[in-house]
Structures are given as C-alpha cells and as structure tokens.
Design a protein around this ligand. Structure first.
Ligand SMILES: Nc1ncnc2c1ncn2[C@@H]1O[C@H](COP(=O)(O)OP(=O)(O)OP(=O)(O)O)[C@@H](O)[C@H]1O
Ligand SMILES: [Mg+2]
Length: 269
C-alpha cells in the first residue's frame, strides 16, 4: 500500500531515457534548469515529459502556467508547450501546505512514475527537491534513471552541497551525466561577461569528481520573469543568451546520456 518496495527498479514502458535534475542545495535553479532543458529537448523534435518530484514545493505548475485541476475529470499527464507534465501542484493548491510522511511521498513519486500514462517519450526529465530526503531516495532507487545532472551555482556554499549530491548518486550507483553551473555570469549589452560570484567553480568540482562539466547558464532577470510568468525563457526568448545556453546544455545532456546508456553496465542494487 506504500508503493513498490525500495531497491526494485520500475519499468516505465515507452520511456527511453529518464534524467533526474538534482542539487544538494535549494534555490540553485534545479526547477528552472529542468523546465528549460525539457523545452530545449522538445525543440529538437524529441518527445519529452517533465515530472515534478518536489511534492512539498512543486514548481512546474507556475513555470508552465498551469493550475490545480480536478483529477476525476482531467487525464494526466497534462500537456503544455509540447511537453507532458505531472506535478503535485496539479492535485493540491500550491498555496496549501502538503504535510506528508515519508511513505506517502514515496507512494506519490512512484505513482507519478508508474500510474501516469507517459506514452512514448525520448526523455523524461525529473525535477527533484533539494537535499537527500524521501523523494530522492525513491527516485534514485526505484526509477530507471539513465543518469542525473547536478545543478550548482558558483558560490562555495552551493559547491559544497553539490558535492554531497554527487556523493548520494555515487552511493546509489546512478551515473552522474555532469554538472551544470547556473547563474555563472552576467552578460552586459556589449557582450562582455561579468563573473559575479567567481569563475570556474563548477568546472573544478566536475574535474575533481571526474564527471563531465556540461556548461554555464548566465544570470538573467528574464529567466526568473519568464519562469514566474508561466513561459520559460527557452519558450519565450529562445534566442536570448540564456535561452541559447539552455539549448546548448540540452545538446550536452543528450550526448552524455547516450554515452552513459551504452557504456555503463546495469547495476543491481
Ligand atoms: N539563470 C538564472 N537567472 C536568473 N534567475 C534565475 C536563474 N536560474 C534560476 N533563477 C531564479 O532563481 C529562483 C530559484 O530557482 P529554482 O526555483 O529553479 O531553484 P530550485 O533549485 O528548483 O529551488 P528549490 O530548491 O526550492 O526547488 C527562481 O526565482 C528562478 O526564476
Ligand atoms: Mg525546485
């Protein structure tokens, strides 16, 4: 009654590749990266789903301009901008606190994976909550993850927590496809880049952990405005500096996901 046992990988028929977007630290831009990555993959003509595994603080409804629906009359996943979407925020008003114990979070996350008709997808992107709690445990142990991408910001505090995130995936033997540094620099009108919080931290962390560095995303107020406004920047302004950075990032993720799928052996937990 609490969902499938941990340590048993779920098969999601029709879904070719499942990628978790994670971080050790909160507020570094996981949800923003997950949404824009999903949209950038969709723009390449791929079939993409975005699953919001943040049960307590779902972001997908706001970022995609969607609201709570009646689950008795609305089939899931919802669809917007060509993506298939699932979030706790479609079921519970995001302003209402969800107070659930671990097993219920486990069940909700595994229901999202198994009971939702995702159909045929090239990529299912999963937006994880911060930290290493119940949702992460369920996901890393039961979802057939192709790999995880770790989002960090350039500051030391975020980098330290990103290292913890890396360690978690290593322990559960989920391949880390690479590290994304978000809010890396600000690009001025003249095209010069200002590295506000220091340069190269994400790359150094990737090198030290021997995982790929997938790229830098600039800080741009429009990234936040577009996310808050229900139309992420890749959808709204694909040719902006940040929009292009997300599209480039999607290319890196696809490349590393393919490599990971062919070179890494299946590991039983
Ligand atoms: N590159 C960027 N430039 C400007 N603002 C950004 C950028 N990336 C993210 N933001 C903003 O920073 C805030 C936090 O981002 P987001 O919600 O994606 O982080 P998160 O890691 O998912 O947070 P949580 O840990 O709470 O789930 C949001 O308001 C978002 O719009
Ligand atoms: Mg988030």
């Amino acid at each position: 009654m609490h969902g499938p046992p941990l340590n048993q990988k779920i098969d999601i028929p029709g879904v070719k590749s499942v990628i978790a977007v994670a971080s050790g630290k909160g507020g570094v831009g996981k949800s923003t990266v997950a949404a824009n990555l999903a949209l950038a993959l969709g723009r390449r003509g791929l079939a993409v789903g975005l699953m919001d595994a943040d049960i307590y603080g779902p972001s997908v409804p706001i970022m995609m301009g969607l609201q709570t629906v009646d689950p008795n009359t609305t089939p899931f996943p919802l669809e917007k901008y060509g993506l298939k979407l699932m979030s706790m925020g479609f079921l519970v008003d995001p302003n209402q606190a969800v107070i659930w114990r671990g097993p219920m979070v486990h069940k909700a996350v595994s229901d999202f994976l198994m009971k939702i008709e995702w159909g045929n997808l090239d990529y299912l992107i999963i937006d994880l909550p911060p930290g290493t709690g119940d949702a992460q445990l369920t996901l890393t142990q039961t979802a057939p993850l192709t790999g995880a991408v770790i989002v960090t910001t350039p500051q030391d505090v975020a980098l330290i927590d990103a290292r913890k995130g890396l360690e978690m995936f290593k322990q559960v033997r989920v391949p880390v496809l690479g590290i994304i540094e978000n809010m890396s620099y600000f690009e001025t009108d003249t095209g010069s880049r200002q590295y506000l919080f220091g340069q190269g931290g994400g790359r150094k962390l990737a090198d030290a952990a021997a995982v790929p560095f997938l790229g830098e995303i600039p800080i741009d107020p429009r990234v936040a405005e577009c996310g808050d406004g229900g139309e992420p920047i890749v959808q709204r302004f694909p040719d902006s500096v940040a929009g292009k950075a997300f599209v480039r990032l999607a290319g890196e993720v696809v490349g590393h996901a393919k490599m990971s799928a062919t070179t890494l052996p299946e590991v039983e937990l």
